[in-house]
Design a protein. Structure first.
Lengths: 249, 180
């Protein structure tokens, strides 16, 4: 019989919930949950700036010219971030505005180019963690499910999922894709909770607003909320390029 | 990817609260200590100096002098502890369980239930009806149990604070011989 099994744990500073659709009662969902949460934990441990032993914290503490050994997943996220930064003319930036501060040397190490350079992966790591959890669930034999890390979520498998928007009466029906939402409050620059540094040209918005982005992968949906927030452009070329859609409220 | 916007229904009535249950306390303890052959309950009662010590170690007040602890045992020897606790956030009430090994280290944290306490945040019933009308979810009636919410990130600071407090409670209780 088809049924949903769900589990939630606190990670990445928020609640991560996982829903699995199970077709056979004998399916070992505990094992699937354990693998998915292990993937989330791995992202948390390597990319949280608050954890002194994380890749990000060690990079930030390192001096110029240091070779920082990283989890391959961190290097992967930095690669995605570099691509997005170039493609968005610097609007998406994980370096807190400190510029070209890293060079990827190999899949396990990053060279620090600038002593004062700082990384903050808060604007993409949650989405990446969701993507990794989905991959882990699939590898464990799950055909359909949904992973939600504090509002950045991804559905996989056949069938639509209802996704509500906090603070709104409407919502979305989502199949095989991701949705991420960022909220910006009046008078604050759009990066107050994501540590995204806006280029000088970007406006500080004077109204409360919510940006929702749908994209095939959650890391991209997560990252693109910042680009849309800074440009007010729900048809930003980069968004179109990645096959995404955006809504501003 | 397929994403369909479900428009706002005017005049939808807000619901006052909604909840998701993930695990029961007994399911959580079995999951956390699968090797245990028995669980026993201990009702701790802390004195004021113990409460102070907990506040000092956790960096937040001990909150309560009474704590219920489940002791996981295997072959009559304790192998760890499970404590169930509630925390109240800005919008939510979260019940969670934390398991701590005999070495005092946190093993696992599981959310047991999540309740949204503020009304009007999500106008669920009308929205749900609309979803069910628009899609064919198959035999799975996902619309009956909506937990998929995109929006402002919920902080789990209260949970992490609560976990720190529980670790201190267990430490102090063990040192005081309350958990032998």
């Amino acid at each position: 019989m088809t049924r949903v099994r769900r589990r939630a744990q606190p990670w990445l500073g928020t609640l991560v919930s996982i829903d699995l659709v199970v077709e056979q009662d004998s399916f070992d969902s505990d094992r699937a949950f354990a693998r998915a949460f292990a993937a989330i934990a791995r992202v948390h441990e390597s990319m949280s700036a608050q954890r002194p032993a994380s890749d990000v914290a060690r990079f930030n503490a390192a001096c110029r010219g240091a070779l920082v050994t990283c989890d391959p997943w961190t290097v992967r996220v930095l690669r995605i971030a570099s691509t997005l930064r170039a493609a968005s003319a610097g609007l998406f930036d994980v370096t807190l505005g400190t510029g070209a501060i890293y060079r990827i040397v190999d899949p396990r190490s990053v060279l620090k180019l600038e002593g004062k350079g700082r990384l903050e992966l808060g604007g993409i790591a949650k989405g990446y963690a969701v993507d990794r959890a989905v991959a882990a669930l699939r590898a464990a034999g799950v055909r359909r499910g949904l992973v939600n890390a504090g509002g950045d979520l991804r559905a996989f498998g056949k069938g639509a999922w209802p996704v509500a928007l906090r603070g709104a009466a409407g919502g979305f029906a989502l199949e095989r894709g991701s949705i991420a939402t960022s909220q910006y409050l009046q008078g604050r620059s759009p990066h107050h909770d994501d540590a995204l540094i806006a280029p000088a040209a970007a406006a500080v918005h004077r109204t409360d607003r919510t940006i929702t982005v749908a994209a095939p992968r959650c890391a991209l949906a997560d990252a693109m909320t910042k680009v849309v927030a800074l440009t007010d452009d729900t048809r930003h070329p980069l968004l179109v390029q990645i096959g995404g859609q955006a809504w501003l409220r | 990817m397929r994403v369909e916007v479900l428009p706002i229904i005017l005049g939808a009535l807000p619901v006052s609260a909604w909840a998701v249950d993930y695990l029961s306390a007994s399911e959580a303890e079995a999951l956390m200590f699968p090797q245990a052959d028995e669980f026993a309950s201990a009702n701790l009662r802390l004195d004021s100096s113990q409460m102070q010590e907990i506040g000092k170690r956790a960096g937040i007040p001990a909150r309560s002098e009474k704590w219920g602890v489940r002791i996981a045992r295997r072959a009559d020897a304790p192998i760890g502890y499970v404590v169930v606790d509630n925390v109240i956030g800005k919008f939510e009430l979260i019940t969670y369980a934390v398991s701590v090994g005999i070495d005092g280290a946190i093993r696992q944290i599981e959310i047991l239930s999540y309740r949204e306490s503020h009304g009007g945040e999500i106008r669920l019933p009308a929205w749900r009806k609309q979803f069910l009308g628009k899609t064919s979810a198959g035999p799975l009636r996902v619309g009956d149990d909506i937990a998929n919410i995109s929006g402002a990130t919920l902080s789990c600071t209260h949970v992490t604070d609560g976990v720190r407090r529980i670790v201190a409670v267990l430490q102090v209780a063990r040192e005081g011989g309350l958990l032998s």
